[in-house]
Design a protein around this ligand. Structure first.
Ligand SMILES: Nc1ncnc2c1ncn2[C@@H]1O[C@H](COP(=O)(O)OP(=O)(O)O)[C@@H](O)[C@H]1O
Ligand SMILES: [Mg+2]
Length: 500
């Protein structure tokens, strides 16, 4: 459950950076604790077994040498006597075995359970050769820990029995005990394991939760940055946190505010230009017209002398007006007003507008549009974009060439492709043609293509260009087909009133 909600690299990294050191640390502590517990238990067992061996020895002190001499003659009674003496302690302490054997031959003298015959050799004790040699020298020693076939760990403890007269080690008492406490150790291990699992789980949940909150904050910021990048400066950045990320939210929101006020200033300036430049231009046009009439009245011929100059002024004025208009329309904001319309009449209209222009340039216009196809777009703006693309194509073509306009449909996309057989554009200029004011025409504004791209992108579409010098150019615009007009609201602001 916890794992499934960890999505994204940030969350994963965060979780791992919590998890790896914790699990590592837990494992190390667990292993050490386990070792310490095991060693302590083992040492305790050794001590206990040695204490038992010693108390058995104390029991026998005084008469063991004598008993042993009798036993030597395989005196059944003495053997029974000996067995009866060592049996009670063995029974009381609950050890598995208590037995007395010869130090040199490792053969049995007697065992508390009376289960091993006299003289039986304990081959298994050969494994404890090192310990036994120390016992022969008079020390008490535990063996290492063995594991029985049923998995229970056990060990021996050995205590020497001395001849009180000579001090010689005449026999060894062996005590075999199993580590009952191992059960406790197992319990401890289980508890540690459960504790570890709980810690890891809690950690995983905390990490997931933290990661999720961080990711949410980050994706909020990303969304805000994208909005700002796309020019939406109205919607504020939500303040969701009080930490450094919260500071970033505040900073990004301030940046948005600053951009917005600059944008406002710019729009106001543009309105100023619209007013202060466009209006006088209108006046100049009017008076130049009057001047031309006056000159005609006093007998000046059209197109030559003073009236030739007036005609020149008129042309320059027209150009200036076009530049101002296109510039304003490129830079000023306004909303798209999308609608759903049939493609065929739309394209026919373009053909009518362009026919005269292209005819005079001796360029053939060929239009293909699938029957019944529909488009969704700001009809007026799309029309102006296409008019500019067709006009550009016509201007690049030589007499006798063809300009082809094709409308193509994909599931949720519409494409309009304008292809010409004109001069083409050099590879290194392909991006430059989209820069405002880049033009190679004497009376070009260089705003047609940049505005076209802006309009298409505002529709959520793309404008592609392919060109080969001397062969021709192909511009393809791709716009989404939004049958329910859902995206209409989200379309970005773009200029209005453009007459590309
Ligand atoms: N179809 C085309 N073939 C060759 N060059 C083109 C074509 N379309 C545009 N261009 C080049 O891109 C420039 C910019 O075009 P545009 O932005 O429409 O501005 P303008 O038409 O005012 O020059 C043109 O001046 C021309 O050099
Ligand atoms: Mg143009």
């Amino acid at each position: 459950m916890a794992l499934r909600s960890i999505r994204g690299r940030l969350a994963l990294r965060l979780t791992l950076s919590f998890l790896i050191p914790t699990v590592g640390g837990l494992l190390a502590v667990g292993l050490i604790a386990d070792q310490v517990a095991q060693r302590t238990l083992e040492a305790q067992l050794s001590e206990r077994l040695i204490a038992i061996a010693k108390s058995e020895r104390a029991m026998l002190e005084g008469y063991f040498t004598e008993l042993l001499t009798r036993v030597e003659g395989t005196d059944e009674r003495s053997l029974t006597n000996l067995q009866k003496r060592i049996a009670p302690i063995a029974k009381e302490t609950g050890v598995r075995r208590v037995f007395i054997f010869r130090p040199d031959t490792l053969t049995n003298i007697v065992d508390a359970n009376n289960a091993v015959p006299y003289g039986h050799r304990y081959y298994e004790l050969e494994a404890d050769a090192v310990e036994l040699s120390a016992v022969r020298d008079g020390e008490c020693r535990p063996s290492v820990l063995y594991t029985a076939e049923d998995g229970t760990p056990y060990k021996y403890a050995y205590a020497p029995i001395f001849n009180p007269n000579t001090g010689e080690v005449i026999a060894i008492i062996g005590v075999e005990g199993s580590a009952d406490q191992v059960e406790e150790l197992e319990q401890l291990r289980r508890n540690l394991l459960i504790l570890g699992a709980v810690i890891v789980l809690v950690l995983l949940l905390t990490a997931t939760w933290t990661a999720r909150r961080l990711r949410k904050a980050v994706s909020n910021l990303v969304a805000a940055a994208k909005r700002i990048g796309a020019g939406n400066l109205e919607e504020g950045v939500p303040q969701t946190r009080t930490d450094e990320l919260g500071e970033l939210e505040v900073a990004v929101d301030r940046m948005r505010e600053a951009l917005r006020s600059r944008e406002e200033e710019l729009q106001m300036m543009l309105s100023g230009i619209a007013h202060e430049v466009r209006n006088p231009l209108g006046g100049i046009e009017l008076f130049v017209g009057l001047l031309d009439e006056d000159l005609a009245e006093v007998g000046h011929a059209a197109g030559a002398g003073p009236r030739g100059h007036v005609a020149r002024v008129t042309r320059e004025l027209e150009y200036l007006a076009r530049v101002v208009n296109e510039f304003l329309e490129y830079a000023r904001r306004s909303k798209l007003s999308p609608s759903r319309f049939a493609a065929e009449p739309f394209i026919k209209e373009l053909e009518q507008v362009m026919a005269a222009d292209l005819l005079s340039a001796e360029v053939t216009l060929k239009m293909t549009v699938p029957e019944g196809l529909e488009l969704t777009a700001d009809r007026d703006r799309l029309r102006r974009v296409l008019l500019n693309l067709i006009r550009n194509a016509g201007q690049a073509s030589s007499p006798g060439a063809t300009v082809e306009v094709e409308v193509l449909a994909q599931a949720d996309k519409r494409m309009v492709r304008v292809t010409d057989q004109g001069a083409g554009i050099a590879k290194e200029k392909l991006e430059e043609v989209f820069r405002p004011f880049f033009t190679t025409r004497e009376k070009g504004t260089g705003l047609g293509l940049p505005l076209a791209r802006k309009v298409i992108e505002a529709h959520g579409g793309e404008l592609h260009i392919e060109s080969e010098v001397g062969k021709g150019t192909q511009l393809t615009l791709v716009i989404p087909f939004d049958a329910e007009m859902k995206g209409a609201e989200s379309m970005t602001d773009i200029p209005d009133g453009w007459l590309g």
